[in-house]
Design a protein around this ligand. Structure first.
Ligand SMILES: [Zn+2]
Length: 372
């Protein structure tokens, strides 16, 4: 295992942040996996899974069972980890700019396309290398002006050339679910099975420029641009895994999830060993645009009528909001048949607040599909 430190430029005197990446296995096989936890720094379950993976990867490496390089960044956001306001951790948004740490990643398909134009051939593997080379050059060409931008660039430099990119998150209160690109779902499906995901939300472009989309959507754009004339590979299988809710932190769950990821890496022939039988898929993949987003009709006490992970029917009550001033209770019913895969962790809401989401098989939303 090799350890690398990546210093982020500081924007004020005396403050410095450092990113640590651990590199396991042979780096010269042409196969690479990148896994990070804690991009939203207050999402501890994913960090614990990454830390659990570290020990497993050490053992696999010692046993000579890694067929490619696995890069692990357990705490991908040292800036967010340092943010506390009145005793509470703030890890989702950058306090100095208000930006979400998992939005607005650099989308470089145009720059890459310009650089590789005229250099592609009928050799898919060669095209993969040419594109990754141009991608790296485009990232290095960007001069970050803030610590936030530098963090994004560092994470992309570590991951842009990986065949598999796993970004480990969690939601507020949630069942295991994941987000990934529509075009790469067949290759992600085994991971959803091993993890026991109750929902897999698919989008080509969610509008959020999240970390996983900065990988998969870029490859899709390059395929659209050059795919008619040249063989363009999938490039990277990028997935955002939501390891349940923020408080679902336990050795048992972390071990279960880390084992599932190792099983997937074995299935993908990155780890040497017998491939575990694929469990049933617990919930079908559905369009992210098909999820129903519930919002509070008024301020009041939020009462949940459905457990996370439960399947709901059309018309079934999902939330009650009790207006404490008028005493009136408003019941919100589901308009789709699907799974309540995530919900807020507060019990008092203001009018317009998001409450939770139920999957739906039919796309009904457009534009920005993720929360801000
Ligand atoms: Zn997150």
């Amino acid at each position: 295992m090799n350890l690398s430190l990546h210093t982020l430029p500081h924007t004020s005197d005396g403050a410095a942040y450092e990113l640590t990446s651990l590199h396991f296995g042979p780096a010269d096989t042409g196969r690479k996996v990148y896994i990070q936890g804690g991009l939203h720094a207050d999402e501890t379950p994913g960090i614990l899974v990454a830390v659990t993976l570290e020990q497993q990867l050490r053992e696999l490496e010692a046993a000579g069972k890694l067929r490619g390089e696995v890069v692990l960044v357990s705490a991908a956001n040292p800036v967010g980890l340092s943010q506390w306001v009145m005793g509470a951790p703030i890890g989702r948004f950058d306090l100095s700019s208000g930006r979400n740490f998992n939005r607005d990643y650099p989308m470089l398909a145009d720059q890459i396309a310009e650089a590789v134009d005229g250099k592609l051939t009928q050799d898919s593997a060669q095209n993969l290398a040419v594109i990754r080379g141009a991608w790296r050059a485009a990232l290095l060409h960007r001069e970050p002006s803030t610590t936030f931008d530098a963090l994004q660039r560092s994470l992309m430099l570590l991951s842009h050339d990986a065949d598999i990119v796993l970004d480990l998150h969690c939601s507020r209160e949630a069942a295991m679910h994941l987000y990934t690109g529509e075009a790469i779902w067949p290759r992600v499906e085994p991971l959803a099975r091993y993890l026991g995901a109750v929902a897999s939300l698919l989008a080509l472009d969610s509008g959020g420029r999240s970390f996983d989309e900065a990988h998969s959507f870029t490859w899709w754009q390059l395929l659209e641009r050059f795919g008619r004339d040249f063989p363009i590979p999938d490039g990277s299988i990028a997935v955002t895994v939501e390891h349940r809710g923020q408080r679902d932190v336990s050795y048992e769950l972390a071990r279960q999830d880390a084992d599932a990821i190792i099983a997937y890496l074995t299935h993908q022939q990155i780890v040497d060993g017998p491939v575990a039988p694929l469990p049933d898929l617990l919930g079908p993949a559905t369009p992210l645009a098909g999820s129903e987003q519930f919002r509070a009709p008024s301020s009041g006490i939020l009462i949940h009528r459905v457990k996370v992970g439960e399947t709901v029917d059309i018309g079934q009550p999902v939330f009650d909001v009790l207006d404490t001033a008028s005493g009136q209770c408003t019941t919100l019913q589901s308009h789709t048949q699907g799974v309540l895969y995530m919900r807020r962790d507060v019990r008092y809401v203001r009018a317009g607040d998001p409450l939770g989401r139920v999957t739906g098989a039919v796309a009904q939303r457009a534009g920005m599909l993720l929360s801000a």
